[in-house]
Design a protein around this ligand. Structure first.
Ligand code: GLV
Ligand code: GLV
Length: 326
């Protein structure tokens, strides 16, 4: 008999068909977000799961489903999975790195540009029939070209964002846990490694692309926002929790910074309601990887990891230790 798996959120039908060649698949094609207890109930009797970040795999879940052998996350970030607990329970976990780097970098730029040039705010105004009220200073914002871009988190996505700055003639500053090798700095538009404080003080546009963990919780809070230029923008395409949402709302209200572009939030899919009352913030629902090609690549990558892991091979994008029990 084929091993049973759970596909915890809706997914491309052809990826489901591929999984069905290897597994008995229970698929949540109606796409409800499971509560912790619903997730446990659906995982019972399953050996594997293809999940997204709305499924939290922790000690409680792992203890409740002892038959589980692998979870494949359809995301590069895996803060929804307790890796140490997976190792203790000898459950494999994988993610989907690399396939989304360029698409996420494109979106980071799109959001940063929409934020600086106030595109969504202007569109709302236009749709509301206000164009006759145009003035010389309507929707003016800071330039991107020729400005200083500050990238916090200089992994593969951060470097892809930096490369795109060449065409905008921008100076690139970055802050990262460790300094990049000189040839990588060169390829990243001659990016210059600086402290977080220097980056915040000197950048015209700050973009966040670092993974979320206890160590990066509230990397940007009130003290950091206070260091930024009042004309600066802040864009987050990384994870909620890296920014203190309450402090950011305060900074946007007080014009401590000019504007923010946010694809991720502290309690998503719930949003701090005060964001909705602000005009100097561009809000998107965690869509940085959402190109047709990349979402398909992510789904296939997660499926291929699961197929490998449950057939006794090392998953290509393994996050946990290996091998585990037979
Ligand atoms: C997104 O992938 C989610 O499951 O919330
Ligand atoms: C999306 O947020 C991802 O981590 O892939």
């Amino acid at each position: 008999m084929k091993p049973g798996i759970l596909v915890a959120r809706a997914i491309f039908p052809d990826v489901l068909r591929k999984l069905s060649e290897h597994f008995e698949v229970e698929s949540n094609q109606q796409d409800d977000i499971f509560s912790q207890e619903q997730l446990i109930a659906h995982l019972r009797g399953k050996q594997g799961a293809l999940i997204t970040m709305s499924a939290h795999i922790n000690e409680h879940v792992l203890a409740a489903v002892p038959g589980l052998r692998m979870v494949a996350n359809m995301a590069v970030g895996y803060d929804n999975i307790d890796i140490a607990a997976c190792n203790r329970f000898q459950v494999l976990a994988s993610n989907t790195p690399d396939v989304l780097n360029e698409t996420t970098a494109d979106f980071g730029w799109a959001l940063m540009m929409a934020t600086a040039r106030r595109i969504t705010e202007a569109e709302h105004w236009l749709r509301a029939g206000k164009w006759t009220k145009w003035r010389y200073d309507s929707f003016i914002g800071p330039d991107l070209h020729g400005s200083t871009l500050g990238i916090i988190g200089m992994g593969r996505i951060g470097q892809a964002i930096a490369r795109r700055a060449t065409g905008f003639n921008m100076q690139v500053l970055y802050h990262n846990r460790s300094r990049l090798a000189p040839e990588l700095e060169l390829a990243a538009n001659h990016a210059q490694f600086v402290s977080k404080e220097q980056l915040l003080r000197e950048s015209d546009h700050v973009i966040l692309v670092l993974p979320y963990s206890a160590a990066t919780h509230h990397t940007i809070a009130a003290a950091e926002l206070a260091l930024m230029k009042p004309t600066a923008t802040l864009t987050n395409v990384a994870r909620g929790g890296i920014v203190d949402d309450q402090a950011l709302i305060q900074a946007l209200r007080n014009k401590t910074i000019a504007a923010a572009g946010l694809d991720v939030f502290e309690n998503e899919p719930a949003l701090h309601p005060d964001f909705l009352g602000l005009t100097n913030v561009v809000l998107t629902p965690h869509i940085a990887s959402a190109s047709e090609k990349t979402r398909r690549a992510m789904a296939n990558c997660a499926a291929d990891n699961l197929i490998a892991g449950l057939s006794g091979q090392r998953p290509p994008n393994l996050l946990t230790s290996y091998p585990v029990r037979a």
